[in-house]
Design a binder for this molecule. Structure first.
Ligand SMILES: [Zn+2]
Length: 511
């Protein structure tokens, strides 16, 4: 009934059982499977079974069981499964089926499986921060005083709130442990947890023990707060000022925890942009009061401060806290491309749209293509691409006007020039729904549009970009601040800010 394919990956026999023979598909799975087994061998420890089998299932549901995974015949052919639910199910051979869950103390295994599979794969593509942001956004949107519960009460997900706590919050607890102790110690602690508990029922308490042993630190307060207690802090930045003292600059600011629940004891990442520096400065402050004043000293003038801009800690987000980047437009599950119906470059824009549509579809996302004259307004319920300087929605968000102080005179002049003879790309929050991002791409040359259709995906972390010539050579790049966000503050409106926050290396690269 099934056709069997197999491959020996070290000590593990990797098998694929397909209902209809398909060597190409089987080889794809065998290849990535041995890749994942190799990754987790290095990251956690030896794979706990002697075989792993992928079985094509008659039903469309996916199951992970010790040493094999069932995938439906449609699902198995969707290319993004290889990088999302498939590695997740495979990793459950370690977390869940290698180390078992003692459900009486809460299900710890989904959070760490999400962290080491779904999150890790996003991180490898430079999208770790936006993955965490989405997760925190879900918690903010779905979890409230009535349905909130501590993660030690989580069993399995039956609704969005349970998922936001049992998967999302537990993933963030893991991220905080990593942020606190660093990649090496984080991996070491989980390797120890795996070795100590293999084929045994384990609890959050056992994870705590491993981290305590590896780091030589009592972590009962941390685990009590995040595992036994519900809720999350909501943080706001205020009273930012810089004072010059002799040759040094003092940056003073206040952080507040404004949630109804009790104060959380939390270490908060602070990113400071210094005048003339091409890299940002990272600091960590410890907060354990409702309201707390901080002071940091620098040799160069601080021009901007961001609080947890890469979403390292478990907290509720503010609606206005939306840093715009191209990744957000590309990353959205549903998006629409608006073509400029009357542009002389319509053909070039149409080919670009078709190419992106294919790429997005391959990742399970939906991208629809329309022309500007079919719409009376820019959609607010999905991500949007506005293409072409001739688009009737060009100017929907005028970045030169809205972000003039953040951009500075030199860049404003450059942007005007690019509008006439180059190419300009940017991403901004939709003014009518700041949860959604609007991307703009305009170019004065059909070849440049063609070049950008391939190039742009590699510039995801940026908020604005400029290109010149038909080859689309990059001449301008940077990120725009989230305006009115309670988590950042621009100290010097005139200072040019060139530094961008580089994404952290994926956990898999730490070893
Ligand atoms: Zn799972």
């Amino acid at each position: 009934k099934w056709t069997e394919y197999s491959l020996q990956a070290g000590d593990v026999l990797v098998q694929a059982f397909l209902r209809t023979p398909d060597k190409k598909l089987a080889n794809k799975y065998l290849g990535v499977t041995s890749g994942y087994i190799d990754l987790y061998n290095k990251l956690i420890g030896p794979y706990p079974y002697t075989k792993f089998a992928l079985v094509e299932n008659f039903w469309e549901t996916g199951y992970g069981m010790p040493s094999f995974t069932l995938l439906g015949q449609k699902v198995i052919r969707m290319p993004w499964i290889l990088y999302s639910s498939y590695p997740h199910e495979l990793l459950h051979n370690y977390w869940g089926n290698g180390v078992f869950v003692d459900y009486s103390q809460g299900n710890w295994c989904e959070g760490i499986t999400v962290y080491m599979a779904d999150h890790l794969l996003q991180e490898q593509r430079g999208s770790g921060a936006s993955y965490r942001r989405t997760s925190l956004q879900k918690f903010t949107d779905y979890v409230n005083g009535e349905n909130d519960f501590p993660v030690n009460k989580f069993l399995s997900r039956n609704n969005s709130a349970e998922e936001a706590v049992g998967y999302g919050k537990t993933m963030m607890i893991n991220n905080m442990l990593r942020y606190e102790f660093g990649d090496k110690k984080f991996i070491e602690a989980y390797t120890k947890f795996y070795n100590d508990n293999k084929f045994r029922k384990a609890t959050f308490g056992d994870i705590q023990k491993s981290f305590e042993a590896v780091n030589g630190k009592d972590l009962s307060a941390f685990f009590k707060q995040w595992v036994d207690r519900k809720g999350a802090p909501t943080i706001k930045l205020s009273d930012v000022e810089v004072k010059k003292k002799k040759k040094q600059y003092k940056l003073n600011f206040t952080l507040k925890q404004v949630q109804n629940e009790d104060v959380f004891d939390v270490n908060i990442p602070v990113v400071v942009y210094l005048k003339g520096e091409s890299q940002v400065t990272n600091t960590k402050v410890t907060m354990n009061k409702r309201e707390q004043a901080f002071s940091l000293t620098y040799d160069k003038k601080p021009v901007r401060i961001d609080i947890d801009p890469t979403f390292q800690i478990m907290r509720r987000l503010d609606r206005k806290e939306v840093p715009a980047s191209l990744t957000q437009v590309f990353g959205e599950k549903q998006a629409v491309i608006i073509l400029p119906g009357n542009s002389k470059h319509l053909d070039a824009y149409t080919s670009l749209a078709k190419m992106w549509q294919k790429t997005q579809q391959a990742q399970g996302k939906q991208l629809t293509v329309v022309t500007d004259n079919e719409l009376s307004s820019v959609p607010t319920d999905k991500a949007v691409w506005i293409l072409g300087f001739g688009n009737k929605f060009n100017g929907f968000v005028n970045i030169s006007e809205k972000y003039s102080s953040a951009l500075g005179t030199k860049k404003l002049v450059q942007i005007e020039k690019l509008k006439k003879e180059g190419a300009l790309v940017y991403a901004v929050p939709n003014p009518n729904n700041t949860y959604k991002t609007v991307g703009f791409l305009g170019a004065n040359n059909a070849d440049a549009i063609k070049a950008l259709s391939r190039k742009l995906l590699h510039y995801g972390k940026y908020g604005y970009l400029g290109f010149e010539t038909e080859k689309a050579t990059n001449v301008l790049k940077g990120s725009l601040p989230a305006l009115n966000s309670p988590m950042n503050y621009i100290i010097d409106n005139k200072a040019e800010i060139n530094a961008v926050i580089a994404p952290r290396k994926a956990l898999s690269e730490a070893k």
